[in-house]
Design a protein around this ligand. Sequence first.
Ligand code: PGA
Length: 255
Amino acid sequence: MRRKIVAGNWKMNLNFQEAEELIEDLLELLAEEEELKTEVVVCPPYPYLELTTDFSEEKLFHVGAQNLSAFDAGAYTGEISASMLASMDVTHCIIGHSERRKYFNEDDQMLTAKVNQALAHDITPIFCVGELLPEREAGEHFKTVRWQVRHGLFHLDTAEFSKVVIAYEPVWAIGTGVTASPAQAAEMHAYIRTLIDERYGPEMAEKTSILYGGSCNAKNATELFAQPGIDGGLIGGASLLAEEFVSICKQAQTA
Ligand code: PGA
């Protein structure tokens, strides 16, 4: 059975007090869900990581970062290394999000370095892939995702790859209120699994968790998660609302 995972990507939102309130609300709601098996990951902005890892001692969720440095350590002003994150009990990190690819020019080479840094420090990469709208309209979505998966991850050996979580996030669905249809998402998840099968074999293809992201919310989560091959979600906007986020976590388990 593949792990069901729901990760909340807060992006660059909330002040310190608001972050504290959201964490407290999440803890209260998650504490009521004793049967919840979904792996819940909360990815706040860097300055709130320590606050979040302190609270996560109650083991109701894991803590992820939204980014990490491609470099190991040293004179890289403004950067945050994987070893720093690991030393703060950060267990996951989003890598290759389309906003980082677009606004910070993160290319394949940089992303492989980031994936390597994460794995070297036992941090689970949540590696994002997804096509732009013109690429889908031109029928090139499989080609784009194939390129991203191959160039971002397929340098890894089997043991390393087994620690990776993939998130399929069509860029046109992120923050737009337009989700991929369940069929579109399922089709791409199945395609990613065939790529994994070709490179690492059927067992790995079967056990890799692939999340869907892009305007996933409490209203559409069950339908998306019910698709074969969709193992949970990477949630942006809806992760800022405690009740909505916990509802999505519950839907991942029951779907
Ligand atoms: P969204 O963001 O849920 O707000 O569309 C998803 C993401 O960017 O991970």
